[in-house]
Design a protein around this ligand. Structure first.
Ligand code: RTP
Ligand code: MG
Length: 155
């Protein structure tokens, strides 16, 4: 009988400048939520690096203040892994706007650790291609493909 592959997926989490002082607490929640922390790096992005990271938003009204925010202090980039890591981490951090998140998802991490409609404490990759790109952005030598665990299917 075939044994299904179990894919441990990786995603990129960022603890943004407004939440770095709570990093220890947030990392503890990450671990207790079933993730492994595979890589970790504290970095202070230049405005140019922050622009590259968020290039998809170039030209939007909030882009200049997003770049200023993300380069305003150190951040912590984490490669985290578990089953369905991308979806699950996005669920855990919650809606983009901290103020709205506090009304609709009061237990999500942005509601707890965020500051306002822009400074929302945490980032999570929004798709597999984004996770690949963002993991390589911070960890150029990283392996980003999902890892199959358990026995291979005999089909
Ligand atoms: P992220 O990329 O940081 O995980 O956030 P997200 O997917 O939930 O939201 P996204 O649309 O990708 O926006 C990226 C970041 O830009 C800031 N933002 N400000 N003032 C605004 O209307 C506004 N919209 C977005 C937030 O910091 C958001 O996380
Ligand atoms: Mg995004």
């Amino acid at each position: 009988m075939p044994v299904p592959h179990i894919y441990v997926e990786r995603t990129l989490a960022i603890i943004k400048p407004d939440a770095v002082h709570k990093a220890e607490e947030i990392e503890d929640i990450i671990l207790r939520s079933g993730f492994a922390i595979l890589q970790k790096r504290r970095v202070h992005l230049t405005p140019e690096q922050a622009s590259d990271l968020y290039a998809e938003h170039y030209g939007k009204l909030f882009f200049p203040s997003l770049v200023a925010y993300m380069s305003s202090g150190p951040i912590i980039a984490l490669v985290i892994a578990r089953l369905q890591a991308i979806t699950y981490w996005r669920e855990l951090i919650g809606p983009t706007n901290t103020i709205k998140a506090r009304q609709t998802h009061p237990d999500c991490l942005r509601a707890i650790y965020g500051t306002d409609d822009q400074r929302n404490a945490l980032h999570g990759s929004d798709s597999f291609p984004s996770a690949q790109r963002e993991i390589r952005f911070f960890f150029p030598d990283s392996v980003v493909e999902p890892v199959a665990t358990g026995q291979a299917a005999k089909d």
